[in-house]
Design a binder for this molecule. Structure first.
Ligand SMILES: Cc1cc2nc3c(=O)[nH]c(=O)nc-3n(C[C@H](O)[C@H](O)[C@H](O)COP(=O)(O)OP(=O)(O)OC[C@H]3O[C@@H](n4cnc5c(N)ncnc54)[C@H](O)[C@@H]3O)c2cc1C
Ligand code: FES
Length: 220
């Protein structure tokens, strides 16, 4: 069973339009790249799933896009504030690939800095909707950056093992080009560990609880 712990915010920094929130790690494990944690902001009823972005000594780092009340409450936390953290959860990326290429879109780049570190900084292709959003690319070493209307699928090099995270249309387009890619999917999640069935998605005509069978799924 994953651990739920009270963590303390150590820093909150803007990265383009996103927020990089660092919290004390305590006795929590960092898990594998692509796994996620449920972060519970004070005063919010439900926790929110967040991929681990960075794992410096003693800390867990999360890159957050404030799109609604839960993420806004998390981004409003400052040093010294407390929040409950549960994880690591789900299945991360398989790291036994020969020629990795990381592919990310928008806030979907969140798990890639930790993944890049685990794979010794392979090449990456990252897509953003604006130059301001693309400031987050600084977190991923060795990255080629494209900005809308250029899409990552237009610059994917051949002969690479693709590990991708991003919006669903981007993942579908990557999957069409690279049927063997590992893709990190998203769905709204209430519990994060298989109890609520709130995250069931239909993929290839099969219903899956994304929090336990994913979020990373191989397509083939
Ligand atoms: C495994 C996993 C890892 C994630 N990692 C990150 C991360 O590292 N950084 C980050 O910023 N976000 C991440 N997310 C997405 C994040 O959890 C949601 O944006 C957040 O829960 C929204 O909460 P809210 O209260 O701010 O907005 P809400 O009011 O709950 O949602 C705002 C809008 O987004 C939609 N929505 C909410 N959650 C999702 C979702 N998961 N998928 C698709 N649509 C959704 C809602 O239907 C609504 O339209 C991740 C999601 C999953 C499942
Ligand atoms: S989030 Fe509850 S079962 Fe997946």
């Amino acid at each position: 069973m994953p651990k739920r712990r009270l963590s303390t915010v150590t820093s909150n920094e803007a990265v383009g339009p996103y927020t990089l929130l660092r919290v004390s790690r305590g006795r929590l494990h960092t898990g594998a790249p692509g796994q996620f944690f449920m972060l519970e902001a004070p005063g919010r009823l439900l926790p929110r799933p967040m991929s681990l972005c960075l794992a410096p000594a003693g800390e867990l780092g999360f890159l957050i896009d404030a799109i609604g009340p839960g993420t806004r409450a998390l981004c409003a936390l400052g040093p010294g504030d407390k929040l409950a953290v549960l994880g690591p959860l789900g299945n991360g990326f398989r790291l036994d690939v020969e020629r990795p290429l990381l592919v990310g879109g928008g806030i979907g780049i969140a798990p890639l800095p930790y993944l890049s570190e685990a794979l010794e900084q392979p090449p990456a292709v990252l897509g953003f909707r604006s130059a301001h959003h693309a400031e987050a690319a600084a977190l991923v070493p060795n990255a080629e950056v494209v900005i809308d209307p250029v899409f990552v699928t237009e610059v994917l090099p051949e002969g690479r093992d693709v590990l991708a995270c991003g919006p669903e249309p981007m993942l579908e387009a990557v999957r069409a080009l690279r049927p063997d890619a590992q893709l990190a999917w998203e769905a709204p999640m209430a519990c994060g560990y298989g109890a609520c069935y709130g995250c069931v998605v239909e993929i290839d005509n099969e219903l899956k609880r994304l929090c336990v069978e994913g979020p990373v799924l191989s397509c083939s």
